[in-house]
Design a protein around this ligand. Structure first.
Ligand SMILES: [Zn+2]
Length: 54
């Protein structure tokens, strides 16, 4: 099951949720902190900008 990362535009909290792809398509994600639905999915947070040359 993939993990999706979100950021809340209301309070700025970032959080991640595990859900199936089907759930992700349907689900309205709410912020666990302030209950806002103004959440934004964050893609590729981990390890994307590691373009080191050695
Ligand atoms: Zn929030």
């Amino acid at each position: 099951m993939p993990t999706y990362s979100y950021g809340c535009e209301g309070c700025g909290k970032t959080f991640s949720l595990k859900m199936t792809v089907a759930e992700h398509d349907k689900k309205k994600v709410k912020c666990p902190k302030c209950d806002s639905r103004k959440t934004r999915q964050q893609l590729g947070l981990f390890g994307v900008k590691t373009s080191k040359k050695s």
